[in-house]
Design a binder for this molecule. Structure first.
Ligand code: NDP
Length: 293
């Protein structure tokens, strides 16, 4: 029987994950089909309940459900628990286990961004959603000493900081209100900037004005396309990276959890690049510009 693996988000049009995971299943001869389920928050609990039947191997969870799915699983791994966000589900019989493979994906992306330089100790994170939680956890684990989170709705940034209270007790993790002047002042003390908002995903907007970007910054945008932010950052002389490497490695880790087999990274990379070349440039959970427009 062909097993089913689903990506649950809202919306989930044009997901690159589908291309990447299906190519991996097919290459290894695993009888599995990767499906996209567009489920608004009100339908999330029913969708998760359906996964308990035998035909499902597992799932990916994406924007905006990564935090909402936490109370719906039977067990969480340490990383899911630590972040308070789940992006991958596996099965133990009818039981659902929540994982966070974004943490592993972010680590690869951060290491590549920093390259041979010394790992910095200060970062600014824009956003406080499920993706930002993996980023902040990754920065804490990497030994960062000061991480400032800016979010449109300050209370969500504060919630994130409270969540990490104990694991961040040795360092300075704080949420600050989203004001350009405050972001600018923080960037002046920082070497790493991560965009974990969805600004720039479906349009050409940037979360921050180009003028406040300085050449010393290393800028990672979790969105997997060349966003306005990345364009501005490159023009300002910054080192830049988009979210492709994080997407690839969170996906590879999920594949290994579902199948117990090493992920065919090259096949997944090729499938991602082919999907991008075909114009699938939107992130999971968001319509592409064409679909939105
Ligand atoms: P969530 O829905 O959990 O969070 C969305 C975040 O974006 C929140 O911080 C939200 O702020 C902010 N935001 C959205 N719209 C606006 C706006 N118009 N103005 C200001 N802030 C805004 O989503 P995720 O955290 O799961 O994903 C966030 C982004 O990161 C997406 O683009 C996603 O594709 C990308 N991502 C990429 C990954 C990869 O592997 N490359 C992995 C994980 C995420 P507020 O709380 O105020 O609403």
């Amino acid at each position: 029987m062909t097993k089913r693996v689903v990506l649950i988000g809202h919306p989930v049009a044009h997901s690159l994950s589908a291309a990447m995971q299906q190519a991996a299943f097919d290459r290894l001869g695993i009888e599995a089909a990767y499906e996209l389920w567009d489920r608004p928050p009100a339908e999330l609990a029913d969708a998760i309940a359906e996964l308990r039947t035998d035909e499902y191997l597992g799932a990916n969870i994406t924007i905006p459900h990564k935090e909402r799915v936490v109370p719906l699983v039977d067990r969480q791994t340490d990383e899911a628990h630590a972040t308070g966000a789940i992006n991958t589900l596996t099965k133990e019989g009818k039981k659902l286990v929540g994982h966070n493979t974004d943490v592993a994906g972010f680590k690869v992306a951060l290491d590549r961004l920093v390259g041979r330089q010394k790992m910095p100790r200060q970062a600014v994170v824009l956003g406080a959603g499920g993706g930002a939680r993996a980023v902040v956890y990754g920065l804490i684990r990497e030994g960062f000493q000061r991480v400032v989170v800016f979010n449109r709705h300050l209370h969500r940034g504060e919630q994130l900081v409270r969540h990490f209270g104990r694991s961040a007790a040795h360092m300075d993790l704080r949420a600050m209100p989203w004001h350009e002047s405050i972001i600018e002042a923080e960037l002046a003390k920082t070497k790493v900037l991560v965009n974990a908002t969805s600004i720039g995903l479906a349009d050409d907007a940037s979360p921050i004005p180009a003028e406040i970007l300085t050449p010393e910054l290393m800028v990672l945008d979790l969105i997997y396309k060349r966003t306005r932010l990345l364009h501005d950052a490159a023009a300002a002389g910054c080192t830049t990276a988009d979210g492709e490497l994080m997407l690839l490695h969170q996906g590879a880790a999920a594949f290994e959890l579902w199948t117990g087999q090493p992920a065919p990274i090259e096949v997944m990379t090729e499938a991602l690049q082919a999907a991008r070349a075909d114009g699938v440039s939107s992130a999971e959970g968001e319509p592409s510009a064409a679909a939105a427009g």
